[in-house]
Design a protein around this ligand. Sequence first.
Ligand code: ZN
Length: 348
Amino acid sequence: MIPIFDGHNDTLLKFHMGKREGESFFDRSEEGHIDFVRAQEGGFAGGFFALFSPTEGFDLKEHLVDVEGGYRVPLCPPRDQVSALKDILAMAANLFRIEHASEGKLKVVRTAQELRNCLDNDVMAAIFHIEGAEAIDIHFDTLDILYAAGLRSLGPVWSRQNAFATGVPFNFPSSPDTGDGLTHKGKELVRRCNELGIMIDLSHMNEKGFWEVAKLSNAPLVATHSNVHVLAASPRNLTDKQLGAIRDSDGMVGLNFAVSFLREDGANNADTPLETMIRHFDYLIDKLGEDRVGFGSDFDGATISNEVGDVAGLPKLVDAMREHGYDDALLAKLGTKNWLRVLEKTWL
Ligand code: ZN
């Protein structure tokens, strides 16, 4: 089995929102995409565990308007810092409780060496990642404290506006060039993250923000869970020009399993073949090279192909990739080695 280290999951959010009420991360569940048992069955070696403060009471699906060839959705309303921080602390506490309860089977990793040790010893590795910096105050006190607690990866924005930048809406089809880039404080946040060695995730950022980070940051450019815009015209996906900049910075892209970012028609339809995912892998490998592509499933945060189903279905995808001609050396790079390489170059 090829171990997979994964660029994005929203499992902690599912627990936070009560969708796994009464369940333990360590019991096999029929709910959601990830628990410890299914993760082991699927060869899931760990990944970026996202902490995200949801916009409560705002259901994107209710605001979706069909237009010719696609749909339009507004940006989610913003969150205030204090209430967002409350969510982040609750999810971080849950992550550390899971680590404690695992008795050494899951570790929150803070250095590349710790990640390497986990991969070598079959310990599930979790990266403390924040998706959308709403919880970070503009004086960066919370950034320093969360870093000390273990924060090692941060997406300055989710698909809404905050004090630092503006994310892309989930319109389809659309260019990612949807609005203003980084604010003055957003530029400072990028510099602070560079100083601390916190990885900056570009996945929800609009194109203006992307190019500003590309200019400012001294770290490899990374989109943890995004796909190819030429193949699926979602603003969540990356244009050829953006892929070129990621390649030139020696960064990487994690393939997102969300069917609406994979399919040519942008439909949220789980009846999507594995070949649709492999087409994006092929394109990413062609543009970025074998060393700059990985997985970024979006498990527990998106509708994914029925053929994968959940984390236990990862080997089905890997088998299809092998049949398509990917050899074990390439699968090992996509599975774990490339994430390790980029984090070695990014973390202090
Ligand atoms: Zn996301």
